[in-house]
Design a protein around this ligand. Structure first.
Ligand code: AKB
Length: 332
């Protein structure tokens, strides 16, 4: 049953639909888009209803499973969005445990959105890819935009295939679909779910709680990472760039910083000298070992002016400040 929590957004065709609005990126992107375009113009959709009343009341919300094509079309017909951000996906670690469902959600969900966009006149689609499109044969340092890919995870295979389909829809149907290969995303407002880079969020929560952290990756595992505010900026910069500037229609490499568990620990210890981390690598280590250590994002910088703002220490200072504030007001 459809759940409309507020009246429909303006029917002018200037609305935006965010699918997967309850996820780590979706929560923050929906908030940011509502700041820019007005709350009533940004429709949040997710397979689960919002947990807290504040989020539920913040703007229009629709219960939507992206695997239900009819329901997706119903929502698009109702709101006539100009842009759709399709963020619903199973991440790397979870998809390895549920390979068939990971493939189904990540691929069928994308097809449903691309087809509905073409059929119902959506102008722009945003779809996130990931550093997971690269594999063990890829050059690990400063991984270029175009190189050997060969991903060996279900998530990575689905993202690489998805990139090629996005490009195909652009070429065949003229659909203005845009995409970024996100590194691990780190933010204080929302928790990641089921990724290999999740440790870099969990570790801050433990530090603020005064607890030790057991890391599921080894201390010297370098991965590309990005602070959430940079990820939001990149996403919006890409979506606002003139179409002619977007030369890559599969997905752009996107970099900001690269660090190991040992280095993020040292960054946190500047604030919490007593903070202890132990290392107990699990099956996610293999996934991390198959991914790049750092990313060459020259194309994104050249085509639409990408420039990250946050370094590791600057991110740590901001994360800890906000997480401490959350503890102080009792929401942590
Ligand atoms: C994951 O770890 O699966 C994601 C990603 C890098 O795409 N955070």
């Amino acid at each position: 049953m459809a759940t409309s929590r507020t009246s429909a957004a303006t029917p002018s065709g200037d609305t935006i639909l965010v699918i997967g609005a309850g996820g780590q990126l979706g929560l923050e992107l929906t908030h940011e888009l509502r700041q820019i375009y007005g709350a009533s113009n940004v429709v949040a959709a997710d397979v689960r209803a919002p947990k807290d009343a504040e989020t539920a009341e913040a703007g229009p919300f629709e219960l939507l499973d992206v695997l239900d094509k009819n329901r997706l079309e119903e929502v698009i017909r109702q709101y006539k969005p100009k842009q759709v951000y399709h963020l619903a996906a199973l991440l790397s670690a979870t998809a390895e445990k549920n390979p068939k469902f990971g493939w189904q959600l990540n691929m069928d969900g994308l097809f449903h959105v691309l087809d509905a966009a073409v059929d119902l006149g959506v102008q722009q689609v945003y779809w996130p890819s990931s550093i997971a499109v690269f594999g063990p044969d890829t050059p690990r340092q400063h991984t270029p935009q175009l190189t050997i890919m060969n991903p060996n995870t279900v998530y990575g295979i689905s993202k690489l295939a998805g990139e090629q389909w996005c490009e195909w829809y652009f070429r065949k149907h003229g659909l203005d679909v845009r995409s970024l290969r996100y590194p691990g995303l780190i933010g204080y407002k929302s928790l990641p779910g089921g990724g290999t880079t999740d440790y870099a969020v969990d570790i801050y929560h433990k530090a603020v709680a005064g607890q030790a952290y057991e890391c599921f990756l080894s201390e010297d595992t370098y991965l590309p990472m990005m602070y959430m505010s940079d990820a939001l900026k990149a996403t919006l910069d890409l979506m606002h760039a003139p179409a002619d500037n977007i030369k890559v229609r599969s997905s752009y490499n996107l970099g900001a910083m690269s660090f190991s568990p040992q280095e993020i620990t040292a960054s946190i210890q500047r604030h919490y000298p007593e903070f202890q981390v132990s290392y107990q690598p699990d099956q996610r280590q293999q996934i991390a070992d198959s991914w790049p250590a750092s990313i060459d994002d020259t194309k994104a910088r050249q085509d639409w002016g990408w420039q990250p703002q946050f370094t590791l220490d600057k991110m740590t200072d901001d994360m800890l400040l906000h997480l401490r504030q959350a503890v102080a007001v009792g929401v942590h």
